[in-house]
Design a protein around this ligand. Structure first.
Ligand SMILES: NC(=O)c1ccc[n+]([C@@H]2O[C@H](COP(=O)([O-])OP(=O)(O)OC[C@H]3O[C@@H](n4cnc5c(N)ncnc54)[C@H](O)[C@@H]3O)[C@@H](O)[C@H]2O)c1
Length: 461
């Protein structure tokens, strides 16, 4: 480790201050060479970089996306809940520098990888981003440096796949020439109580020395570290966490349909059940799964389990139920319109909320896209409103929606729709106004709870 980094450790902010305000601009001194490189400056990598910077660690942020790097160099954030002011502050005081130059890995003692882990079109794990990153950093790895993977993936990725490319590219052995570890991210975008510094962090090393080295870095920014015996246990723990969510969401989604047929409101049931102070945890139904994690990660395990002749029946069943939700929602839309003597075909339908969850600007894997697609296919004229997504960015999966703009929120426009379908419950939306302006609302998020509505104005779905 460089001498400069030891000085910076002494400047480290106490974690208690980090807890109170996640992004205060306070480190004024200019930093020297970076101590740590974070590769992949997205929803996970950027907040992590800023947390390290806040803790007094000089961070080199690396990404292949030139536009993102340019924005960061200019002190601009491209993630809604991260203020540009914070990025600008750390750029100007030298705690954070963004670059596309992977040769700069030779300047640091630790590299943390936060790149995407999607499924390919056959719904199999695509770890190509991890392997590409491994190839880019390997030739520049310093002796004794630690490489930590944070991307969610199947057990074995770190100590098999990533290790192989790092060893081939660096000419060093993991656990001897360089250290290797896995530490899953637990970022909860949009949740104001979710702060990188105070969320306990699981770490598994390839060897005990690898674990120790990785812990020494994370301890500079994270309050509670949870060491486990191997990279595989750490990888498996992350998959357990996300599978747990996926399975429980499937359970309440199924109960929603069953209870609805019995004339019982599942939301009221959950609110009653969650008063139990032990042995119960509330999960809520919705229009289907969305985001980068829950719809994807469990299938990493399913794929890997096959190699061992094992079947992940809970995961498959939960996937089946959750994937069927948009179909159910469209069925409810058709019932609501039918009640007014209309068909989906020819109706003007507004999808309220494009982001996959409340109060974020992330619409990856959002079920709203599936709903819009299904309604359009049935002949509806579909628009969307989302204050967080003013225009749809080009994506591989939903290319033909690219450039479509959110409608404006005003009485005249909202009144012009035959039906409003609430698919995301953004807190900035005025649901009282919605009740006054639309007489046919299908609500998948219980957003209209507590608002006085006329009978059969709101259809829960
Ligand atoms: N978003 C979340 O809430 C969340 C939570 C927990 C875990 N994760 C996991 O963290 C990982 C990253 O997710 P994310 O949401 O930050 O993704 P993201 O798409 O927001 O960011 C990934 C970044 O990596 C960059 N990148 C891609 N290939 C690269 C390469 N070869 N070299 C350098 N940079 C490259 C992209 O340009 C992008 O900026 C995934 O494995 C995800 O499953 C995400």
């Amino acid at each position: 480790m460089s001498k400069s980094s030891i000085t910076k450790t002494a400047n480290q902010k106490p974690v208690s201050e980090i807890e109170v305000n996640p992004w205060p601009s306070s480190v004024k001194s200019k930093a020297g060479n970076p101590d740590i490189a974070i590769v992949g400056l997205g929803y996970v990598g950027l907040p992590l970089s800023l947390q390290f910077a806040l803790s007094g660690v000089a961070v080199l942020g690396l990404d292949i996306d030139q536009a993102k790097v340019d924005a960061l160099v200019e002190g601009r954030s491209y993630i809604k809940h991260i203020p540009s002011k914070t990025v600008a502050e750390f750029v100007s005081n030298g705690r954070f520098v963004a670059s596309t130059d992977f040769k700069r890995v030779r300047e640091v003692d630790a590299v943390i990888i936060c790149v995407p882990t999607p499924l390919n079109k056959n719904r199999e794990p695509d770890i190509s981003f991890i392997l590409e990153t491994g190839k880019s950093i390997a030739p520049h790895l310093r002796k004794g440096a630690v490489v930590v993977l944070e991307s969610t993936t199947y057990p074995g990725t770190t100590d098999e796949d990533l290790r192989e490319v790092l060893e081939a590219g660096s000419g060093m052995k993991a656990g001897e020439g360089f250290h290797l570890a896995f530490s899953p991210e637990r970022e909860d975008p949009g949740n104001p109580d979710s702060k990188v510094a105070i969320i306990p962090k699981i770490i598994g090393g390839y060897t005990p020395a690898c674990l120790k080295k990785a812990q020494s870095f994370y301890a500079r920014a994270i309050k509670t570290l949870v060491p486990v015996s191997s990279c595989r246990v750490a990888e498996a723990a992350k998959l357990l966490e996300n599978t747990f969510r996926g399975v429980n969401i499937a359970l309440v989604n199924e109960l929603k349909v069953v209870y609805s047929a019995m004339g019982i409101d599942v939301w009221e049931v959950i609110n009653a059940a969650k008063t139990k102070p032990f042995g119960f945890m509330a999960f809520y139904p919705g229009p289907g799964l969305g985001g980068h994690c829950i719809p994807i990660d469990p299938f990493y395990l399913t794929w890997k389990a096959r190699e061992f002749g094992q079947h992940t029946r809970f995961i498959e069943l939960a996937g089946e139920i959750n994937t069927a939700m948009p179909e159910y929602v469209v069925h409810r839309v058709s019932e609501a319109l039918n009640d007014r003597g209309r068909a989906i075909k020819g109706s003007r339908i507004l999808v309220l909320g494009l982001a996959y969850k409340a109060d974020v600007d992330d619409e990856r894997e959002s079920p709203s896209y599936v709903l819009m697609e299904m309604l359009k296919k049935r002949g509806a004229q579909v628009n969307y409103y989302d204050p967080f997504v003013p225009v749809i960015r080009p994506t591989r999966e939903h290319a033909h929606w690219a450039g479509t703009k959110s409608i404006e929120w005003n009485m005249k426009l909202i009144k012009s729709f035959d039906l409003v379908l609430i698919s995301t419950k953004h807190s900035s939306v005025n649901y009282q106004e919605l009740a006054e302006w639309s007489n046919c609302i299908v609500d998948t998020r219980n957003a209209m709870a507590g608002i006085t509505v006329k009978s059969s104005q709101v259809w829960k779905a």
